[in-house]
Design a protein around this ligand. Structure first.
Ligand code: NAP
Length: 291
């Protein structure tokens, strides 16, 4: 019995199934990804948003995506499935700060009931290691090293930072943590270019499939760099509202596009469970024409 119902699926040009049968049943369909461009990993992103486009209430203890989704099981399942599909998951430092210190960006953390199915898919079908590794982007290097992401040997974490950030992390004792690697790269004004991150992940770690889990600041930069290939977006049937000073972020923060250059997306699939919708888009190569 499916967790979601497929309403639209334009992604059916494949002969061989990609997902094992039980996952195909839960997802009510298959999930294929095209091969990544040679010079960088294929980048998919996953967000949940209210109907009015808010992705975080920015309230302590209620800033995360599960407040937006209402802890929706199908949203959590899809998140687990995407993590299971990826070589690595990337997040910005503020997204790390917003969640419980116990959080891990591994498939079963978000959907424990799928643990064995995700593992079978990863290891036996995709031939990937047990867990994707986590990439944290932080210019400042100010990260709480007591978090589970830095203390769980089987779930590796790579921090991509500046040289000042590396010094900060070294001072805090990061070099002693066996499952953590710190990489300082060139930055301009503390900001590391997405393509520098992607090249490092490709060349140094062999990452071909990267899952971007936000937040809106890091995601906006990837979008502006034309480094997002697909977006999985859960639309949650609630309305958060915003004050004029707009503390609650939308999908993209800190970047704005002019109409002539704003990215357009092409719909790949729509799934549904009760009042929630699960949308999958691919980056459109051209602006859609109005008929
Ligand atoms: N609804 C959803 O699906 C969803 C998904 C993800 C996140 N969220 C929410 O979104 C909020 C966090 O998003 P956010 O936009 O505020 O922050 P974010 O993108 O998660 O993190 C921003 C931080 O990441 C580092 N960073 C980002 N780009 C960088 C670059 N190019 N070079 C170097 N460092 C860079 C900086 O860290 P330093 O300050 O350490 O330098 C920056 O302050 C949280 O409330 C979270 O729960 C919601």
């Amino acid at each position: 019995m499916g967790l979601v119902r497929t309403l639209i699926d334009y992604d059916q040009d494949f002969v061989e199934p990609a997902l094992p049968q039980e996952l195909r049943e839960l997802y009510d369909g298959d999930l294929h990804f095209v091969t990544s461009p040679a010079e960088r990993p294929f980048v998919i992103a996953n967000f949940v948003s209210t109907l009015d486009g808010v992705v975080s209430y920015e309230i302590e203890g209620q800033a995360g995506g599960s407040t937006i989704s209402g802890a929706d099981p199908a949203d959590r399942f899809i998140m687990g499935l995407l993590r299971a599909s990826a070589d690595a998951v990337i997040v910005g430092a503020r997204t790390v700060h917003a969640v419980s210190p116990k959080s891990l960006w591994i498939p079963e953390y978000t959907y424990p009931a799928g643990k064995h199915l995700f593992m079978e898919y990863r290891v036996n079908v995709l031939h990937k290691p047990e867990y994707p590794f986590l990439v944290v982007v932080s210019g400042s290097g100010r990260l709480e090293l007591e978090r589970a992401i830095f203390r769980t040997p089987e779930a590796r974490t790579v921090v991509i930072t500046t040289s000042a950030g590396r010094d900060e992390l070294t001072k805090a004792g990061a070099a002693k943590l066996g499952s953590v690697q710190i990489h300082a790269v060139a930055a301009s004004g503390g900001s590391i270019a997405p393509l520098v991150i992607l090249r490092l992940l490709n060349l140094q770690f062999g990452i071909r499939m990267l899952l971007h889990e936000g937040g809106p600041t890091l995601f906006g930069q990837f979008l502006a760099a034309e480094a997002v290939d697909e977006l999985f977006m859960t639309l949650s049937p609630q309305i958060a509202g915003r004050m004029a000073d707009a503390i609650r972020p939308g999908l993209v923060q800190g970047v704005e596009f002019m109409p002539d250059y704003a990215p357009w997306l092409q719909l790949l699939s729509v799934k549904q469970r009760a009042e929630h919708l699960y949308l999958r888009y691919r980056r459109a190569e051209s602006v859609p024409r109005c008929h």
